[in-house]
Design a binder for this molecule. Structure first.
Ligand code: GTP
Ligand code: MG
Length: 183
């Protein structure tokens, strides 16, 4: 029988979703390397990065996914759907009107996923670009409320909010899926 120390820490899988240039790879790189890289090319294949974290004295492995962009939207790898403890961060570039222009695709995406087994959260990106901002926090909060999911903001350039988005989602996943299985 395995003793407590041998039990492998569970994976928490978090995928970054969003339109081209919404800032997925910069978010990924900030979380991975704790710095901003403005030389990242368009993602043509998916990457993932694993970080060990401790939440409430328990060990977990965060696996962050940066999927590739196909045509003009994120292509979610099939492998992701076979996983158990998953969350999807829907990245919205606050310096464009994409969220208003692409509502059909967003509706379809949320329709496919809201009743699925993923925790969802909107994340407004590039919030350091105050002068270029097109969408206010209030507008984003209203959109998120309409869909019944959470909203956070971040900047991969300054680092503001990036770790918090991951921790918030990880806690949500732990409460929703992992605790339920343990009980
Ligand atoms: N000022 C600022 N620029 C950002 C931020 N995040 C990303 N960018 C810039 O926005 C552009 C797109 O960022 P990426 O991280 O490559 O976006 P992506 O969603 O991975 O793009 P694709 O893979 O091409 O779809 C790049 O020029 C980044 O330097 C941010 O937080 N602040
Ligand atoms: Mg990319």
């Amino acid at each position: 029988m395995k003793d407590q120390d041998d039990i492998e820490s569970p994976f928490i899988d978090i995928l970054l979703y969003g339109a081209k240039d919404c800032g997925r790879s910069s978010f990924y790189s900030r979380y991975k390397n704790s710095k901003f890289d403005n030389t990242i090319p368009t993602s043509d294949q998916y990457s993932f990065y694993i970080k060990n974290i401790v939440i409430d004295n328990l060990d977990y492995k965060i696996r962050l996914w940066d999927p590739c962009i196909k045509a003009c939207y994120t292509m979610i790898p099939n492998e992701f759907y076979d996983l158990k403890n998953t969350g999807i961060l829907i990245l919205v570039d606050l310096t464009t009107y994409t969220i208003y222009e692409d509502t059909a695709r967003l509706h379809q995406f949320l329709y496919l996923h809201e009743k699925g087994d993923h925790c969802l959260c909107f994340v407004g990106t590039k919030n350091d670009l105050v002068g270029l901002r097109k969408i206010s926090s209030e507008d984003m909060l209203m959109i998120a409320e309409r869909y019944g999911i959470g909203y956070m903001e971040c900047s991969s350039l300054t680092g503001f909010g990036v770790d918090e988005c991951i921790m918030f989602t990880a806690r949500h996943i732990i409460d929703k899926y992992i605790h339920i299985r343990i009980l």
